[in-house]
Design a protein around this ligand. Structure first.
Ligand code: ZN
Length: 136
């Protein structure tokens, strides 16, 4: 079951510039920083009342984020929903005709398993399901 918004992914070309912007807007003392090899990105995130804002910069030209920025520029990239039964939720989405980018979850940031739904079948919104590894 999908239970809440987990994070909002924002595509940025330069993590330091973006961190400074968010520092100037919010009272952030520190960011969680991590490299996610599966997506070839470097992230910096902070929590706003339990919802993460995830700044995501490419670390390689063939990163999906690099391709996104090339096509559309920086901006909101995806919305991620917390699931407590990620494989069931993916199977259910697929059986409802939604095209999945990952049919089985892959390793994401924050020790979560993640999978993306294709925006072609979700009204142009790139959605991600995620579930913490410790809950599986
Ligand atoms: Zn995400």
């Amino acid at each position: 079951m999908l239970t809440s918004i987990n994070h909002i992914g924002i595509a940025v070309s330069d993590l330091e510039t973006s961190k400074n912007l968010y520092k100037s807007l919010f009272n952030i003392s520190s960011f969680h920083e991590e490299i996610v090899e599966s997506q070839k990105v470097s992230i910096a995130s902070f929590s706003l009342n339990g919802i993460l804002i995830e700044l995501t910069a490419p670390i390689s030209e063939d990163s999906p984020i690099a391709q996104f920025i090339q096509k559309k520029g920086e901006g909101i990239h995806h919305i991620a929903f917390t699931s407590n039964t990620i494989q069931d939720d993916l199977d259910k989405a697929e059986s409802n005709g939604i095209q999945l980018i990952q049919k089985t979850p892959i390793q994401g940031a924050h020790e979560m398993l993640i999978a993306f739904l294709h925006p072609k079948s979700t009204g142009g919104v790139l959605m991600e399901f995620c579930q913490h590894s410790s809950e599986l």
